[in-house]
Design a binder for this molecule. Sequence first.
Ligand code: FES
Ligand code: FES
Length: 170
Amino acid sequence: MYRITLTVNGKRHTVEVEDRTLLVELLREGLGLTGAHIGCDTAQCGACTVLLNGRAAKSCSVLAVQADGARVTTVEGLARGKRLHPVQAALKAEHGLQCGFCTPGLVLGLVDFLGEHPDPTPAQVRTALDGHLCRCTGYQHIVDAALTAARALREAGAGDAPEPALRELG
Ligand code: FES
Ligand code: FES
């Protein structure tokens, strides 16, 4: 067993993990943060995406020990009270989700993407969605939501934030 310390959604945790424990397993089973979903376990579906030190990462492909000392944001850490993060709000407004299985990973992937591309084209959004599989929506509503969220973030000034962590605050 290895003792690691990481900060998840602003809260510091020291936990013991096996060398084979995946970050997504630690989040879900160790910390009770079930927003990171396991859809494939082979780095294909994107449902397990979280922010690792501010950048999107598929948590089924990261060992928990690799996250020692890291800052992790899961979908549970995005909203501020009842105020949804602009990406969450846009997905809701544009009907960018149905069953919601892909949605938490998608949200965090888009938070990272929009931080890097504050004024994306639809084509850039579609490229960014590569690696996020959605069986329900047909993707058009997700693209619409990404563009709406980009607009909202620009208006809020968050799109210009140089520090990735600020993107997480919306
Ligand atoms: Fe990680 Fe599918 S569960 S990419
Ligand atoms: Fe069902 Fe995307 S909303 S998988």
